[in-house]
Design a protein around this ligand. Sequence first.
Ligand SMILES: *[C@@H]1O[C@H](CO)[C@@H](O)[C@H](O)[C@H]1NC(C)=O
Ligand SMILES: *[C@@H]1O[C@H](CO)[C@@H](O)[C@H](O)[C@H]1NC(C)=O
Length: 401
Amino acid sequence: MDSPHKPKPLSTHLFFLFLLLSTNLLTLFISSTFYSSCSLNHWPTAATTITAAIVAKSVLKDDTVVITDNSQITSDLPPEFIAFTSPQQLPFGFNTNFDSEKIIPPVGQPCTLFPNELRRYMSYKVNGSCPDDELLAQKLLLKGCEPLPRRRCRSASQQEYVEPYPLPASFWSTPSDSSVVWTAYTCKNYQCLINRMRTQKGFDDCKDCFDLEGVEKTRWAGPKIGGGVDFSIDEVLAVKKPGTIRIGLDIGGGVATFAVRMRERNITIITTSMNLNGPFNNFIASRGVIPLYISISQRLPFFDNTLDIVHSMHVLSNWIPTTLLHFLFFDIYRVLRPGGLFWLDHFFCVGEQLEEVYAPLINSIGFKKVKWVVGRKLDRGPELREMYLSALLEKPLKNSW
Ligand SMILES: *[C@@H]1O[C@H](CO)[C@@H](O)[C@H](O)[C@H]1NC(C)=O
Ligand SMILES: *[C@@H]1O[C@H](CO)[C@@H](O)[C@H](O)[C@H]1NC(C)=O
């Protein structure tokens, strides 16, 4: 790391310290103490925080200035985090594309709000083995530290990796247990994941997903298995000219059965998934389709007007804060090409929420309604008045801007 802070006289340090105290540290103290009720606008950027850390450290080195507890948060930022996120000079100087002479590698802006987790995550030997800490990484990411910082270590992997089944057998085969590092999960093999629907009491995301002989076998296979809110893939594809739906995204796609079925129709789908108490990303990859490890908060990593279809089942629902959902719907609209389809599959909410909140929200984005089916969700009892909405929405071919 090239440090701009060569040894300076004490008076310079004191001046810096004064500047810091009057600008950053107070904000930092307030924010770090009350951040849960504090609007994001009040949180200083990661860059300011890091500058504060570096300066505070160089002051501390002289052993002449005592810094109070308030600086703890910043001076404790792990060195590898600072090494990764500090501005780095471009070797060939100013770059017109960047409009800058340096690169500042990005991490999620909230990363520094969680100094303890961040310190644990960034503590490793450079060029050594990373800690086996998938659970910590995912928690940090879900709290908003997304993207996570890069690390200069080798991530935990199997001692003896077993290569996947060849295509097309991989689509519908349970992969070898030796393709997964199991530390983060309650289950320690695939048979346990397959059985947990029957043996486990608690709720787990997509509990019956890993059983490829179970419900996965018939999902979206149609024609009209459940009717109503259960659209089939072929019925959806029939809305467009044959062959014009070629590439797309499935948000929160479980074990990617949607992508596999689409692949069987020569359509390429990328599936976003977290690893919530199961190795979803490994499983998806073993099947032979592409997993993308991003949360629902992350801006979709696709350019505007590019995808033919975006699908999401059971994920975009009333557990997501409404403002986040509003941004997310607009992001889906952005990445879809004009004429592209958004298949909102089994969106669920309660009673009047649909008419009062979600229908107006969805209507406001600018999609054309192709299908819109509302049904009762009865799996937890009718008294909960839960509702499903399945909708097929099209980004207008003309004037979608
Ligand atoms: C980095 O680690 C690899 C594998 O352990 C080792 O072969 C190599 O010598 C290390 N490089 C340095 C610069 O320490
Ligand atoms: C998928 O593409 C292959 C190779 O082009 C072709 O042989 C096959 O018929 C296609 N399958 C479908 C379902 O369109």
